[in-house]
Design a protein around this ligand. Sequence first.
Ligand SMILES: NC(=O)C1=CN([C@@H]2O[C@H](COP(=O)(O)OP(=O)(O)OC[C@H]3O[C@@H](n4cnc5c(N)ncnc54)[C@H](OP(=O)(O)O)[C@@H]3O)[C@@H](O)[C@H]2O)C=CC1
Ligand SMILES: Nc1nc(O)c(N)c(N[C@@H]2O[C@H](COP(=O)(O)O)[C@@H](O)[C@H]2O)n1
Length: 590
Amino acid sequence: MSTPNSTISTARRWWHRGSADHGWLKTFHTFSFASYYNPQWMTFGCLRVVNEDRVAAKTGFPTHPHNNAEIFSYIINGKLTHKDSIGNVETLQRGEVQFTSAGSGIRHSEYNDHPNDECHFLQIWYTPRQRNLPPKYYTLPQVKDEEKTNKLMTLIRDVDTFTPEEREKTGLLPVGRAIPAHCSLTTRTSILTPGNSVKHILGHESKQSAGERWSFIHLAMTSGYKDPNALKKQVQKDIAGYTQHKDRLEHAARYCKSVYGVTPNLTGDASKGQVNKLKATDPEKARVTLTYAQSRDGKIAGENKKMLALSNAESMIMTHSLRILHDGILVGVNTLINDNPQLNARLLNPLLDGKEVPLDALPRPIVIDSKLRTPLDCKLLNNARQGTGKKPLIFTSANGEEAKATALREAGAEVVKVTTDANGHLSWSDLLTALRQEHQIESVMIEGGATAIESLLAAHAEQTLINELIVTVAPNNVGEKGLSYRAPKWVTKQTLPKEKNANSLANTNSLAPLQCDPQMFQSDVILTWSQGKNDKEEAQIRIGDQLLSEGDGVFLRGGQVGEEVEITNVGDRNAEFLLFDIEPEEGDDY
Ligand SMILES: NC(=O)C1=CN([C@@H]2O[C@H](COP(=O)(O)OP(=O)(O)OC[C@H]3O[C@@H](n4cnc5c(N)ncnc54)[C@H](OP(=O)(O)O)[C@@H]3O)[C@@H](O)[C@H]2O)C=CC1
Ligand SMILES: Nc1nc(O)c(N)c(N[C@@H]2O[C@H](COP(=O)(O)O)[C@@H](O)[C@H]2O)n1
């Protein structure tokens, strides 16, 4: 899951691309195209157009002219008939690739003749380095999915890497031959099955032997059309006057879906496994969401650790929605003593028409408490005794504290021993293993406080433990007397990269490969980093610290010829993508 160290990566999210729904054509534009114009997104080296089109049955693009562009269609589903002014007529289907070097000028049409089915295809344009070349047409023999599964297949490469005889061949090319393009670019494709990776070496099959090399990877929307207008309407609703609890619950549910691929569902019988809970992604350990709320100036509590309502009503409902998706919620013993929390999901009661969330569906409270300082009269124990909360699970290392352990057990807790780490803290690794192996906790949400956050982040630097990191940032300042978690030691040892974006910072902190996408919950900003191993209904790939969903792309700049880019399928579905490896030219920008 690597990219060269020097790489700067910029994600191009599906919902941020230009898009249009003309009825007969649904289209996304990575770069400015047709009526979509954004000077920030014009070209990437010789890559000028990356469109993802869905053409309805019995419609298409009527005859239109092109010149000085190299146009490439990659069919994902359906059929597309191409006709042009140099006499080519061809119907393309899945696994077929067609390339037109328009040169001094051609006219062509692209039409979906099928009576019922839409045609889904990618259309890519390159800018050739020479103008007014003679127009040419190429197709590749149909490629079966198996031939490009878990390996990269080159579709197009620089004409200068072909022999003079190979350059002369047009039309249907022999099996295994790539198409020649008049630019310094290699275009490759692959279908990655879940859990598999491919490695691309920058400059592969190009004539460039050294220097900088850019790449762009686009993950196709193979599971279906994602409607940007529906999303836009939803977002407008999200940010405009939230007054209804129901709207807030819906917003929280959508957020959970986007992060985990599941929504909180409380209508089923939890004892029969009918309530959605996150599944572990590691057979050994519980999966972990680390989540907390902080002020804009980075404080998680006030002076003398005073508990503060940092989250607003809407983000608090989101927090309770997260709670219900997990089998357990863990806090440090100081939080327990200080805040006396309930760690339940009472804000979701309206989902059940005001009835209490049933006990079976609630997460189990977990406390890390080496010296058994948990107060016998805390709310967690009271709730367990009254049947409104599950039996708290207290992890300890205490030796010779049998009397307190017995008292806690009598008060309704389960007290379990776990090893300590080099810092004298309970070992996160052993604790997560114990949760999964011995206590049937597949997923745990860790809420804090400060000491727990910093020790977990430090442990994660040694061994990947955190699946999701979700931080609510409230728009207020607490002031210098507030409580913040300290940067773990390994952050201060490192030099921050020049480009201090969240992703590179995550890298520096060994939190790669995680990805950050902010979301607004009223005036709170929720930051989300995820490893991406979730039950998503769509394909997901990871490239360095970027996690791509279907329809997303990523631009990589700054890598050098010979360096490696690894692409990994982290979802549960096949991921079909195109990779463009480009030699940037003097003055190229994007
Ligand atoms: N804004 C937010 O989202 C949240 C804020 N908070 C705030 O945090 C504050 C409490 O934070 P803080 O005082 O730092 O205490 P914590 O709640 O983080 O508890 C820390 C204590 O837990 C015990 N512990 C056992 N194992 C570990 C381990 N592996 N790593 C870390 N601690 C371990 C230690 O006590 P021992 O040695 O006795 O075992 C340690 O001192 C409160 O003010 C609370 O309001 C809390 C949660 C969320
Ligand atoms: N998400 C979030 N936002 C805040 O503003 C907070 N203060 C907290 N605190 C956490 O929630 C616990 C209280 O839980 P209950 O309301 O009693 O269920 C507190 O102990 C912190 O863990 N979280």
